[in-house]
Design a protein around this ligand. Structure first.
Ligand SMILES: Cc1cc2nc3c(=O)[nH]c(=O)nc-3n(C[C@H](O)[C@H](O)[C@H](O)COP(=O)(O)O)c2cc1C
Length: 273
């Protein structure tokens, strides 16, 4: 397994922390990293670190977390997808340093976090995450939660990745199969994995397969955030293999089900199919 595959596959949501603050070096690293986390939509995402004790922040699913990061983005089309992309880059960077995270979009007292983060008019703060070191043993509530939403499994590739048309399974080559596996193991709200990809005419077209109840004015569409996360894994995977990825928003007009929505397309070099 190469480094990126290893980071992506070993990352799991961490809800039980060891109660220690980040080391000085890690705190500095994260402070520097969050200053600018670009995404291909050129929509800036603003990150803020918040000490849990200082601001009285907690979440019913977490134990012994000391620090949170909140992400904020101006409300506009594609803000949620861009947010997913940039925030996930932080999640993967943190994990490459051994720092655990978990995307939190629902299980928190939202108002307290928004006040602590200094949310501005016209912005939304879709999700936050703790940043800390995983405890050696998971809390019982975390173990039960993981079981409840089958977090250790993912939908099979033939149900997610298609060739030419919706639901016609893709037969990727080895390189692409590795990259698509990085997409499969991405985190998503309630592990719904709402991303679908159709490969057609040299491009990978990304879609959101929607479930009900994931959109609000406060969070945007959480499942669009999930697609942003999937795009992040896909593009990082391509770049890791030395391929240049070009993202464009140009609906190819493929016939899709009523509960699906086109998001974006990534053109990849001829060698990857
Ligand atoms: C946009 C988004 C929102 C999420 N919100 C929550 C949340 O509110 N509470 C929680 O415990 N987990 C939340 N999660 C974490 C998912 O449940 C988790 O990523 C998924 O079950 C897969 O598990 P894994 O991250 O361990 O691979 C969220 C994930 C995403 C991507």
């Amino acid at each position: 397994m190469d480094t990126l595959t290893n980071i992506i596959k070993s990352r799991k949501s961490v809800r039980t922390y060891d109660g220690n603050a980040l080391s000085e070096a890690h705190r500095k690293d994260i402070e520097e990293y969050i200053k600018d986390i670009p995404n291909p939509f050129d929509i800036p995402v603003r990150f803020v670190l918040m000490d849990a004790e200082e601001y009285g922040l907690s979440s019913p699913v977490l134990s012994a977390e000391c620090l949170y990061v909140a992400g904020m983005v101006a409300k506009k089309p594609y803000a949620d997808v861009a947010f997913g992309y940039s925030f996930e880059k932080l999640v993967l960077h943190a994990w490459s340093l051994g720092i655990g995270t978990v995307w939190i979009g629902g299980t928190m007292k939202r108002e307290a976090f928004e006040n602590a983060a200094g949310l501005k008019a016209g912005e939304m703060m879709p999700c936050v995450s703790p940043l800390g070191y995983p405890a050696t043993k998971k809390s019982i509530k975390e173990t039960m939660m993981r079981k409840g939403i089958s977090t250790d499994s993912r939908i099979s590739p033939d149900k997610l990745f298609f060739e030419e048309k919706w639901e016609q399974p893709l037969n990727p080559d080895d390189n692409m199969s590795e990259i698509l596996d990085m997409v499969r193991w991405a985190p998503s709200a309630v592990n719904k994995q709402p991303w679908r990809i159709v490969h057609k005419d040299g491009a990978y077209h990304f879609y959101e397969k929607k479930d009900k109840g994931y959109t609000s004015d406060l969070t945007g569409d959480l499942q669009k955030i999930d697609v942003g996360i999937a795009l992040c894994h896909f593009i990082l995977g391509l770049e890791h293999k030395g391929k240049k990825a070009d993202l464009k928003i140009e609906d190819p007009g493929i016939k899709i089900p009523a509960d699906a929505e086109y998001i974006a397309s990534v053109t990849v070099p001829e060698c990857c199919k």
